[in-house]
Design a protein around this ligand. Structure first.
Ligand code: SF4
Ligand code: SF4
Length: 410
């Protein structure tokens, strides 16, 4: 049964959280949409004011408010900058939820709701059949949908056609057990990372449990204002991963990870980023890596900024590959514009926000760009491809797995 929260309760929570904003505007300088448009409605402070109007039933123009909230990238840069600790993303989630409760729904909402519900309800064991159907339909998909969404089909196809399968073998010597969170659309657009992550963990001696009843993390629904669907995802995942167990649950897409780590249940503490787990738990002295005389640029997804960027986790992991040159990548501390599904919903804005990053890559000319979030990876790869730059954008774990000397069984 969907867990539906009454509108009055949502409005009360919006008011409570939004009232903590003192309207100082210190967050605006960090906000990519405000920097792009210099419009107060496109700033965190402006969006909080719109949220307060929704909470107080002061909705005059449903479309206008929804439009400004839709443009938010959920990058969280404003939360990092805010001295008052305002929970901005929670306010936007709740406000979109309140707007979705409104009888004045946008015409497109029904289609969106169907799509969000469809993806969020898919269990792990339903993906192989769906992928087979998707492959049959991919000519239509490429011709109409991708063109409409301004996504380069070659970029998506490259990801889609990577025939990576997850290996279900047990390790030669068991070092312990781990559960794997696979995600939803990563089955379609990032099979390579899933396969490489599980292969690396197995090679290092871990027995992997991939529960068949797990579903999407819920971020897709939550950030589109469908809290009932998001709550359902949390409930199903709590059952699928059996809350009485204590083994870590590894995720490889940081966008999903930040949603999983915000679950209300005890489960949230068990989710661990594959990069963090690999750095902290795997004994690199027992592994050999083949040299790779290439230059790489590290893209830091917004969802990683607060967690692992400061500890230089990715750099530490990749330093294990002899000969790899890590280029200076300060530019990458800003949002790439992907913003979960934002690059699909607002491709023009997303492309403008991406522009400085693409220009930076073009100046540095690396052999690889690494990113731990697949929507960022697709968005950056599309930008590079539009400039005729054939630079692979890969997950750091894929690069490690590619260079690992597999003859040395753990
Ligand atoms: S989450 Fe990012 S895009 Fe949204 S208001 Fe904050 S800084 Fe701006
Ligand atoms: S969200 Fe924080 S930084 Fe931004 S205006 Fe409000 S109090 Fe100031």
């Amino acid at each position: 049964m969907p867990l539906i929260v009454p509108i009055e309760k949502i409005q009360r929570e919006i008011s409570l959280l939004a009232d903590q904003c003192v309207k100082c505007g210190l967050c605006s300088a960090t906000c990519p949409t405000y920097k792009l448009r210099a419009d107060e409605n496109e700033s965190p402070r402006g969006r909080i004011a719109l949220a307060q109007a929704v909470a107080g039933n002061g909705i005059q123009s449903f479309d206008r408010i929804k439009h400004h909230l839709d443009n938010c990238l959920y990058c969280g840069q404003c939360e990092t900058a805010c001295p008052s600790g305002v929970k901005y993303t929670r306010i936007v989630d709740l406000t979109l939820d309140a707007l979705n409760h409104s009888s004045n729904r946008l015409k497109t909402s029904k289609l969106e709701l169907w799509g969000v519900r469809f993806i969020s309800n898919r269990t792990e064991n339903s993906w192989p059949k769906l992928i087979r159907t998707w492959k049959l339909l991919s000519p239509i998909f490429n011709k109409y949908l991708l063109r409409k969404l301004s996504i380069k089909s070659s970029t998506v196809n490259k990801k889609f056609n990577e025939q990576a399968t997850i290996d279900h073998q047990s390790p030669v010597i068991s070092k312990g057990s781990l559960s794997i969170f696979t995600g939803c659309t990563s089955h379609i657009f990032d099979q390579r990372t899933l396969a490489d992550s599980t292969a690396l963990l197995r090679h290092c001696g871990y027995e992997l449990n991939i529960p068949e009843q797990q579903v999407c993390c819920g971020a897709l629904a939550k950030h589109r204002g469908y809290s009932d669907i998001a709550n359902n995802c949390e409930m199903k995942n709590t059952q699928a991963f059996d809350d009485s167990m204590t083994v870590p649950i590894i995720f490889s897409a940081t966008g999903c990870g930040s949603a999983l780590q915000q679950y209300d249940s005890q489960l949230s503490r068990r989710f661990v980023d594959i990069n963090v787990f690999t750095k902290e738990e795997i004994d690199f002295k027992t592994l050999n890596f083949k040299p790779l005389s290439k230059k790489i640029l590290i893209h830091t997804p917004c969802s990683q900024q607060k967690s692992i960027a400061k500890s230089k986790t990715i750099e530490t992991l990749l330093f294990n590959i002899p000969g790899l040159e890590i280029l200076q990548s300060d530019q990458y501390s800003s949002c790439c514009g992907a913003g979960g599904t934002h690059f699909v919903r607002s491709p023009d804005t997303a492309a403008k926000i991406r522009e400085p990053l693409v220009n930076h890559v073009m100046k540095q000319v690396p052999d690889y760009v690494v990113s731990s979030n697949y929507s960022c990876a697709i968005h950056i790869a599309t930008g590079l491809s539009e400039k005729n730059m054939d630079i692979p954008v890969v997950h750091p774990i894929s690069l490690l797995w590619q260079q690992l000397d597999k003859s040395n069984i753990y």
